[in-house]
Design a protein around this ligand. Structure first.
Ligand code: NDP
Length: 293
């Protein structure tokens, strides 16, 4: 049973997840910008480690929540970093399956377990502790991981071997991106035809085209013109790139996903690295010459 759970990466979603972990376990934390780790320690009573090794030495289980698998591997496989046999790394990053399988094999050589455990539910789900967590890995490590991720999860599912959690997350986010793009385009056209956005959404949300995008994201963020920044478009673009790789590697058609990936990449170039994923609709509005409201 884990009692000490280190947390690495206190970003937009990592911070509220770590807050739940710190309520249940002794939680040493590390963040690239030390000020965030210090602020977290002050708020929760957790310990801010000065170095990565400081977290690893003080933890039975380490959770990473970083932008991509590249940052995870750069940190975890860093030369001179000493992992201890019997430890477990839970990677909550929306990472890529190939990297995760390689990382699992590298850690196994040191007797360390690996579970990819990406999350869905956004920063509000993280605050509420109701995230969906999809886990890939060996059953004995997933059992151990479940105890930890339950701190911030409403639902946990063991989906398959290492890497499959990341594959499933990428496919989920490709669906999110398709919905943002298609709903943005369709609603822009309807508003131009004189249909109020609220009326169009009322109908769609009682019909077969509804999704989280039409039920929640567009009413709460676009129609209100609130445009909060909770999940960067750059990260969604990364996820759809991973989904494309998964489709290609499995010899599956990728026609729709390829087109949406191109749209996201164009929107990202115009809107910039800090733009939120829903702001992709701003760019659709600009090109259509209409506001969805
Ligand atoms: P942010 O960009 O808000 O935070 C990224 C975190 O990673 C920060 O702690 C940052 O440190 C750290 N970091 C970035 N680069 C490096 C590096 N080279 N070395 C060490 N640390 C680094 O991202 P999010 O928290 O939004 O996302 C984290 C992961 O969770 C991503 O994979 C994302 O796709 C996924 N996710 C996010 C959701 C959301 O709603 N935001 C929803 C579901 C999944 P620093 O503070 O120094 O910048």
């Amino acid at each position: 049973m884990a009692t000490r759970v280190g947390f690495i990466g206190l970003g937009a979603i990592g911070r509220p997840m770590a807050r739940h972990v710190a309520k249940k376990f002794e939680t040493p934390v590390w963040n690239r910008s030390a000020a965030k780790a210090d602020a977290f320690a002050k708020e929760t009573g957790a310990r801010a480690a000065k170095t990565l090794q400081g977290v690893i030495d003080l933890a039975d289980v380490v959770v990473t929540c970083l932008p991509t698998s590249r940052e995870v591997r750069d940190l975890v496989e860093r030369e001179g970093l000493g992992w201890h046999a019997g430890q477990l790394l839970i990677d909550a990053t929306s990472g890529d399956p190939l990297n995760s399988r390689e990382l699992a094999a590298w850690l196994a050589k040191h007797g360390v377990g690996f579970v990819d455990a990406p999350v869905s539910g956004g920063t509000s789900g993280a605050e509420a502790g109701t995230l969906t967590v999809m886990m890939g890995g060996e059953a004995k490590w997933v059992e151990m991981a479940k105890e930890v991720v339950s701190a911030f999860a409403g639902k946990t599912v063991h989906v398959g071997p290492a890497g499959t959690g990341h594959a499933l997350k990428a496919v989920n986010n490709a669906l999110l991106a398709v919905n943002i793009q298609a709903a943005g385009e369709g609603l822009a056209a309807l508003v131009k035809l004189g249909v109020k956005a609220s009326v169009a959404l009322e109908v769609i949300n009682a019909s077969s085209g509804r999704s989280n995008v039409t039920e929640n994201l567009i009413p709460q963020r676009v129609v209100t013109r609130a445009w909060p920044r909770t999940f960067r478009l750059a990260l969604l673009n990364k996820d759809v790139g991973i989904a494309l790789d998964v489709l290609k590697q499995t010899g599956t058609p990728a026609d729709v996903t390829s087109v949406v990936k191109r749209c996201l990449a164009d929107e990202l170039e115009i809107l910039g690295d800090q733009a939120d994923h829903v702001e992709a609709i701003k760019e659709i509005e600009r090109r259509a010459g209409v506001e969805i409201k």
